[in-house]
Design a protein around this ligand. Structure first.
Ligand code: IMP
Length: 178
């Protein structure tokens, strides 16, 4: 089995501070409005739980889960929802919450799917942004941290379903040979 090691990129304290800043920005932008928060499972759940507790606006929260594609299907452009919204977003201000934007394919497909439902607006908030890996242009309105082209885990992000519970964000690196 391949050995891995974790290298800390952002501590729990740094993440908490940044989430408070994001929540302030979002609260100011949506003053007096009611925001339909749409979390993208599974990776969003830790970030979303922390973020909404600092928001100072009315919200409803719901989740979608998007089928993960293998590389062959990356350009298919279809968005298959394993779990769809239970709320109607017609005329609503939608804020999508993502753990990380990598190629941008998941997000651009999801936005196209949600647009058909005629929301008043759609914005995106992501804990992490991996700009170097982008394959399709997507506007990310609120970004926690920029990361290099390295696989990251923790704070909801996984590698084969592991590491989601780590309070910090770590780069997952192959172990150095002895
Ligand atoms: P995209 O469609 O390529 O932008 O991929 C977005 C999804 O891939 C994210 O919501 C994550 O679930 C997953 N992902 C991309 N990069 C990473 C990473 O570095 N660590 C963990 N999950 C990742």
């Amino acid at each position: 089995m391949m050995q891995e090691r974790l290298q800390l990129l952002f501590s729990r304290e740094q993440i908490e501070q940044r989430i408070r800043e994001l929540a302030e920005l979002i609260s100011a932008d949506y003053t007096g409005r009611h925001v339909a928060i749409v979390g993208v499972l599974k990776g969003c759940f830790v970030f979303l739980a922390d973020l909404i507790r600092h928001l100072n606006v009315d919200i409803t929260v719901d989740f979608v889960q998007v089928a993960s594609y293998g590389s062959r299907r990356e350009t298919a452009g279809a968005c298959t929802l394993v779990k769809d919204l239970g709320i109607d977003i017609d005329g609503r201000d939608v804020l999508i919450i993502e753990d990380i934007i990598d190629t941008g394919l998941t997000l651009s497909n999801l936005i196209a799917d949600l647009r058909v439902r005629a929301p008043a607006s759609i914005r995106v908030c992501a804990l992490l942004n991996k700009q170097a890996r982008r394959r399709v242009a997507v506007a990310v309105d609120y970004v926690g941290f920029e990361v290099e082209d390295v696989f990251v885990v923790g704070c909801g992000l996984d590698f084969s379903e592991r590491y989601r519970g780590l309070p910090g964000i770590y780069a997952l690196l192959p172990d150095e040979p002895a």
